[in-house]
Design a protein around this ligand. Structure first.
Ligand code: PLP
Length: 373
């Protein structure tokens, strides 16, 4: 007989998922009800409203996709990019590369703006790309590049797109709830995030938000959306006003309880206080890393407080250190991805993980395994 699975106790300080508060786990353990039950419909309305608070938007079409952040990404592209559409895609890490892959699979025409890994997207390059391709219909960029810990200037990038009447798709998987995201003030047309990072829910849900301009573009499509599940024109029927809900798919009921509780906690803390907490924990971590002689990959000013990319010191076996942190301290930190594999650690301070006791435990553990301090 196979025994029940009991996960080991971990402190999650990698690139996500982050620690999930007991309150959220308790909420998820409540009895399952039908996904068209009036009580569940009411819960969904509250989730939509709290997500508007988190995204700083009044967009009616704001809801959690029943699938992880990658599905939120794909929803934006399959709905907003038609075959032959030109899309300016900014690539300064892994997730910009995935955006590019989405554009290709939608049979759009990508115009790639490359920046070095660890650098923010350069707005001047984006402006040059629009000057060379004024017919581009969409600008796509990652606000918080989890693979490198760099934050780009979303407001400036969106403004450039607006000058050329292009729509913007913004990945805020790692930024939502951790650093300021202002969907309306910045004029973002499509934003997607993930439940498992600074919102501190379990993985598997992707909050998204679409502007009226984005909806108008979708309604004017000449071709049907190639994905049935992610076709917003169908999903709209399900997520639209409470009274007219029709069956589209069976919503993951208990994970939605969890997201609801995580958003209630965010409301209680206050969004701006949550941003300030992430910043304060970053400062605390930075002071300790400086003392250990460890250096950041990203220059000050473009650093994400919630994702701290650190150079692995010369001669140190990065995988062996991570393995010891996990085995001896129950602490998970992240490895480098792609070009940065073997050369970088990523220390996440996301959501419930961004607490003084975690920062201090991480610094003590690093000092011990590196034989420093
Ligand atoms: C910036 C960014 N975009 C997209 C994703 C994909 O999200 P998920 O792993 O939930 O599918 C991630 C996940 O780490 C991410 O960090």
């Amino acid at each position: 007989m196979t025994a029940s699975f009991i996960p080991p106790r971990r402190i999650l300080m990698g690139p996500g998922p982050s620690d999930v508060p007991q309150r959220v786990l308790d909420a998820m353990a409540r009895p399952t009800i039908g996904h068209l039950d009036p009580a569940f419909v009411e819960l969904m309305e509250q989730i939509k409203s709290m997500l508007r608070m988190a995204f700083r938007t009044n967009n009616a079409l704001t809801f959690p996709v029943s699938a992880p952040g990658s599905a939120g990404m794909e929803m934006c592209f399959v709905n907003l990019v038609e075959p032959g559409d030109k899309v300016i895609v900014c690539r300064n890490g892994v997730f910009g590369g995935r955006m590019l892959e989405n554009v290709k699979r939608c049979r759009g025409i990508p115009v790639v703006v490359d920046d070095a890994w660890g650098k923010p997207v350069d707005p001047d390059k984006v402006r040059d790309a629009f000057q060379a391709h004024p017919d581009a219909r969409v600008l796509a960029f990652v606000h918080a590049e989890t693979s490198t810990g760099a934050q780009s200037d979303a407001e400036t990038l969106a403004r450039i797109a607006q000058e050329y009447a292009a729509l913007t798709i913004m990945d805020c998987v790692t930024s939502l709830g951790g650093t300021p995201v202002h969907v309306d003030a910045w004029g973002i047309d499509a934003a997607y995030s993930g439940s498992q990072k600074c919102l501190s829910c379990t993985p598997g849900l992707s909050p998204v938000s679409f502007s009226e301009r984005a909806i108008a573009r979708i309604r004017a499509r000449a071709t049907p959306v190639q994905s049935w599940f992610l076709d917003l024109t169908l999903v709209l029927g399900y997520w639209q006003s409470a009274g007219r809900r029709t069956y589209h798919h069976t919503a993951p009921v208990n994970p939605m309880y969890g997201l609801h509780e995580a958003l209630v906690m965010l409301e209680e803390e206050g969004l701006e206080n949550a941003w300030a907490r992430h910043r304060a924990m970053h400062d605390r971590l930075k002071a300790g890393l400086d003392a250990l002689g460890l250096e950041f990959v990203v220059e000050e000013g473009a650093r994400l407080p919630q994702l701290n990319a650190i150079h692995v010191p010369t001669g140190v076996d990065e995988a062996a250190i991570r393995a010891r942190l996990l085995a001896e301290f129950g602490l998970e930190i992240g490895a480098g991805l792609g070009d940065m594999a073997g050369r970088m650690w990523r220390i996440g301070l996301m959501g419930h993980s961004a607490r003084p006791e975690n920062v201090d435990a991480c610094l003590r553990a690093l000092a011990a395994v590196l034989g420093r301090g």
